[in-house]
Write a protein that binds this ligand. Structure first.
Ligand SMILES: *[C@@H]1O[C@H](CO)[C@@H](O)[C@H](O)[C@H]1NC(C)=O
Length: 296
């Protein structure tokens, strides 16, 4: 028996072709987006639909779930952050911006350091509510060069948090509530601890002596009673304004036993906003290319 299309079927075919013809006129297709499923009109629906379909959340294994019980299949697949998925990990690169080894988490009301991609070199989390930095937060981040957590509420940095990082050069902790200087590796070139609550008791003896790469040391607006000596020769900038420094010794910057010693790199010392009268310690500046800024 020969099958011939009925009128009914022809009508159906024509209407399908007609739909195909009009499809390119669909505004969502013109803007390169998928058509919304039926019944989802309105911006709110569209937003929710996009959340679900475009911004795919990493599938995080739940503790005690079936995945774990049958051989931990989920554990072998790294998540979006390129690390083993762990329960309760934040999808950091959805919240923050991750770009070529930089992670930008400024202004996100963060209370802790989020889990970072393993190749993070530059980390920014300024203007958040972080109170403590734990050693585990940065454990194994061998490429980390810069940590900028300025303007948080940091009171504590666990021991060896920074000393375990072999590439660390910039540690930016301005505008926090630290009373104690955290331990630092000798790779650090730029240390910013402005506007904290550091006291001289909170800085270990000779803390900066072996930091032979340190160029920029910002300690202004703290409660320091004296200059943290000895200072490394690498130092170019030393900001100590708005502290409680009353005296300088002849060997604070210079070496009274070696009159040929010249600290030529240290061109910018600020001591204004301290009780010290710089006129009374003229012998402290003999090796400097420039006398400090302050009250005479
Ligand atoms: C600093 O000390 C010098 C010399 O003792 C004195 O002449 C000068 O007035 C003092 N300056 C201030 C601002 O107290």
């Amino acid at each position: 028996m020969r099958v011939t299309p009925s009128t009914c079927e022809l009508v159906a075919l024509v209407s399908v072709l007609g739909m195909a013809w009009t499809l390119p006129m669909d505004p969502y297709l013109l803007s390169g987006e998928e058509e919304l499923p039926p019944g989802t009109d309105g911006d709110q629906d569209r937003y929710l639909w996009e959340e679900e379909h475009i911004f795919q959340q990493p599938q995080l294994p739940v503790e005690g779930s079936a995945d774990h019980e049958d051989g931990g299949q989920a554990d072998e697949k790294p998540d979006l952050l390129g690390r083993e998925a762990k329960p309760h990990d934040l999808p950091t690169c959805l919240l923050c911006i991750c770009l070529h080894g930089s992670v930008y988490c400024d202004d996100h009301k963060l209370k802790t350091i989020p889990p970072l991609p393993k190749d993070t070199a530059y980390f920014y989390a300024r203007h958040n509510n972080i109170r403590t930095i734990r050693k585990a937060d940065f454990a194994g981040y061998d490429q980390l060069k810069r940590i900028d957590v300025s303007n948080n509420a940091i009171e504590e940095v666990e021991e060896d948090t920074f000393t375990q990082l072999p590439a660390l050069s910039d540690v930016l902790l301005a505008d926090n509530s630290l009373t104690v200087l955290p331990g630092l590796p000798n790779t650090v070139t730029h240390l910013d601890l402005r506007k904290n609550h550091l006291t001289s008791d909170g800085i270990e003896a000779e803390a900066f002596k072996d930091m032979e790469n340190l160029n920029f040391l910002y300690l202004s607006d703290n409660n320091l009673d004296f200059v943290p000596v000895p200072l490394p020769d690498s130092l170019k900038v030393l900001h100590l304004q708005n502290n409680n420094i009353q005296h300088l010794q002849d060997d604070t910057f210079c070496n009274p036993k070696d009159l040929h010693y010249f600290r030529k790199g240290l061109e910018d010392i600020r001591l204004d906003g301290n009780p010290i009268n710089l006129s009374n310690s003229a012998d402290a500046y003999t090796c400097l290319p420039r006398i400090p800024t302050g009250r005479f």
